[in-house]
Design a protein around this ligand. Structure first.
Ligand code: ADP
Length: 480
């Protein structure tokens, strides 16, 4: 019975197994039956043709004998000739008739139709000297041969024979052929069922695992035992890979939520401690209130910074705000950033040097790229001790612009270099609290550069300095 289940989306479910079987029956069994039928028809046709030839030659032999003894004119030899014809008819088990030139039966080995006129087409043809044999409805053969005698009494020898034995033989062969075909079909169907089971059962297992995954069990994996590769094995491996990725996404989501909670918890705890201290302190002096409120205010600023950075990141992720690309003079943009940040550098007595190797125009979203580059230069100033230097360089080749920011700061340990673009990742948490960073700046920069189809690379040596190179394509492709 064909399994048709109605799935949740209301589309009927037809198993691949049944599709394979039905396809086999259509392309395998039906053409086989047609071929067998054609072969059987040809065999039957062959037998009938052979019988026609045989009867015609027999009719010719008899007609020859009748001619030579001048059957119609010579009454003496007639009786012996009729006996001989009767013997032949009984021997061969067919009916022989002799008709005169007016198609009237003068002799019939069956003794039934003497005196009757047989206006058969075969008789008419033979009377015109054209010997012929025909089969009617694959049932009876009529073979007619003309008796040419040299007298005026020419006539026709007509042999009538049934084809029942031919039909019996063909039915017999057909019976055997169909039994063989049926056996073959049964064997092939069994093999097909087994094969389709072999193909569909791993797919069923995959569906089970994927269903469990969609219910939240992301640790589920499809067991691949096969040592050879095929499409089904590759599909299973691709599913497993997808599950790995989903697990990673899920764990980084959880990590992100826990990081956000943690980051917000610290300033919130400070606010709580500060406010409780004031509340518990009776008759606290006004100066103390002012000082504590000042501290509370800076904690709130910190939380606002974190939330603002988070919102920027989320918007970049969701591509909520499409990038607003326009031809922008990068030398002007970088110059403006450096001018804006120079008070920070001056406050730490850091030399902020801008080197424009060539003027460059690129297709970028100026606002977002300004924020991204500012983050890098801001970091370079933040993580460089007083008296150090920060060099910003702008250069380009035919396809890309390069903005390089090198500092003589504290540097980043080599094994942490790849992690600094992760959300909330900080090399030294305590140090960073002092600098006031949220740990999100480089994530925002990375996301922005990626959306510009560019890249960002960091190289660093501890206590010597850090270099960040941002590559931005000069032109964005059409589909961006
Ligand atoms: P933050 O807001 O803490 O600066 P970022 O995402 O901008 O966060 O940077 C992540 C971490 O990478 C920083 O906390 C810092 O430890 C490290 N870092 C970034 N830039 C530099 C640099 N120029 N020199 C040394 N360390 C850096």
């Amino acid at each position: 019975m064909v399994t048709i289940l109605i799935k949740k989306n209301n589309a009927p479910f037809i198993s691949l197994r049944w599709i394979l079987l039905v396809t086999y029956i259509i392309v395998g069994i039906i053409p086989l039956l047609l071929v067998a039928n054609t072969i059987l028809h040809s065999i039957q046709g062959y037998f009938v043709e052979e019988r026609k030839k045989e009867l015609l030659s027999q009719a010719n032999v008899v007609a020859g004998q009748l001619s030579s003894y001048d059957f119609f004119a010579n009454a003496d030899s007639r009786e012996s000739l009729e006996e001989m014809i009767l013997e032949t008819a009984q021997d061969k088990d067919f009916r022989i008739m002799i008709l005169d030139s007016s198609a009237m039966v003068v002799y019939d080995s069956g003794y039934e139709d003497v005196g009757k006129t047989y206006l058969l087409p075969e008789v008419m043809e033979a009377l015109e000297n054209k010997d012929i044999a025909n089969a009617q409805d694959n049932d009876t053969v009529y073979a007619a041969a003309s008796i040419v005698g040299g007298t005026q009494h020419d006539g026709v020898v007509l042999i009538v024979d049934s084809l029942a034995d031919v039909s019996d033989t063909v039915v017999n062969i057909a019976g055997k052929a169909y039994i063989l075909l049926a056996m073959l079909a049964v064997i092939v169907i069994v093999v097909m069922v087994a094969l389709s089971q072999l193909f569909t059962s791993p797919i069923k297992r995959m569906i089970n695992v994927i269903q469990k995954m969609s219910e939240g069990h992301l640790e589920q994996r499809i067991v691949v035992k096969s040592r050879v590769h095929n499409e089904v094995v590759d599909l299973a491996l691709a599913c497993n890979h997808m599950a790995d990725q989903l697990e990673k996404v899920e764990s980084s989501r959880q990590q992100f939520v826990s990081n956000v909670s943690h980051e917000l918890k610290t300033p919130l705890s400070s606010v709580k401690v500060l406010s409780e201290s004031i509340l518990l302190q009776e008759d606290a002096p006004k100066e103390m209130y002012v000082e504590f409120l000042h501290d509370i205010n800076s904690e709130i600023d910190r939380m606002t910074d974190i939330i603002n950075d988070l919102l920027t990141l989320v918007k970049l992720d969701q591509k909520e705000i499409p990038l607003n690309f326009s031809e922008t003079e990068l030398h002007r943009m970088v110059d403006e950033i450096c001018k804006r940040l120079s008070p920070l550098a001056s406050a730490k007595n850091i030399l902020l040097d801008l080197q424009i190797k060539q003027e460059v125009t690129a297709e970028i979203d100026e606002m977002k790229m300004t924020l991204a580059i500012s983050n890098i230069i801001d970091n370079a100033i933040k993580y460089t001790p007083d008296g150090g230097s920060v060099v910003v360089t702008l250069d380009a080749d035919h396809q890309n612009a390069f903005i390089t920011v090198s500092d003589t700061g504290i540097g980043i340990p080599e094994d942490e270099l790849t992690r600094i673009f992760e959300r909330f990742y900080r090399v030294d948490k305590t140090r960073d609290r002092e600098t006031g960073g949220t740990g999100l700046g480089l994530s925002i920069t990375h996301a922005t550069v990626m959306m510009h189809n560019g890249s960002i690379k960091a190289s660093s040596k501890e206590d010597e300095g850090t270099t960040m190179v941002v590559r931005i394509p000069l032109h964005q492709s059409q589909n961006n």
